[in-house]
Design a protein around this ligand. Structure first.
Ligand code: ZN
Length: 182
């Protein structure tokens, strides 16, 4: 099932999402929600989706950065962003730790702020811990673009959007970004 992606201004994007009881993860409603999130992210398409973006206020993330999404970027852009393919995975009840004082600034967008992008400073390296879709503990150490995706998606579960972190004068329509910025 493909869900409607909620756009900025809806209060569901602005509250902290509820933690999932580990014992509930293997139940049909949560497994169905994860399947819907995967399909919705693929159809959009996007490299990450948080449950509040489909009006489900739960601490669940899905992430996948497919190689085919990199076709529009130059080799140089991929290199400077440290962007590599990331296989599909699920993170539930995540905690996030910043592992580096180094901050990198790149343009990013959000499926819930459709049609716009802005330059957002993010930590280069993070560690995320949580549970996967089988309720098993997982720890992810990431850097570069994957670390950016994790920070962006983790923010969604706190009610934070890239709009809160962006360099405001870089805020742009996606169309103007492609015309003027790259
Ligand atoms: Zn987003």
């Amino acid at each position: 099932m493909i869900a409607h992606i909620i756009q900025t201004g809806d209060p569901v994007l602005r509250v902290k999402a509820n933690a999932v009881e580990p014992a509930e993860i293997l139940t049909q409603p949560i497994q169905q929600l994860i399947a819907t999130m995967k399909e919705t992210m693929e159809q959009a398409p996007g490299v990450g989706l948080a449950a509040p973006q489909i009006a489900e206020s739960w601490q669940i993330l899905v992430i996948e950065d497919k190689k085919e999404y990199h076709l529009n970027a130059t080799a140089e852009q991929l290199k400077e962003r440290e962007r590599y393919p990331v296989p599909f995975h699920v993170i539930i009840n995540p905690t996030l730790t910043i592992d580096s004082k180094e901050i990198v600034e790149f343009y990013e967008g959000c499926l819930s702020v459709a049609g716009f992008v802005a330059k957002v400073p993010r930590a280069l390296k993070v560690t995320v811990s949580g549970l996967n879709e089988k309720a098993e503990p997982i720890t992810i150490k990431a850097r570069g673009w994957y670390a950016r995706i994790l920070q962006h998606e983790f923010d969604h579960l706190q009610g934070t959007l890239f709009l809160d972190r962006m360099l405001t004068r870089t805020f742009s329509t996606t169309e103007n970004y492609f015309t003027y910025c790259c």
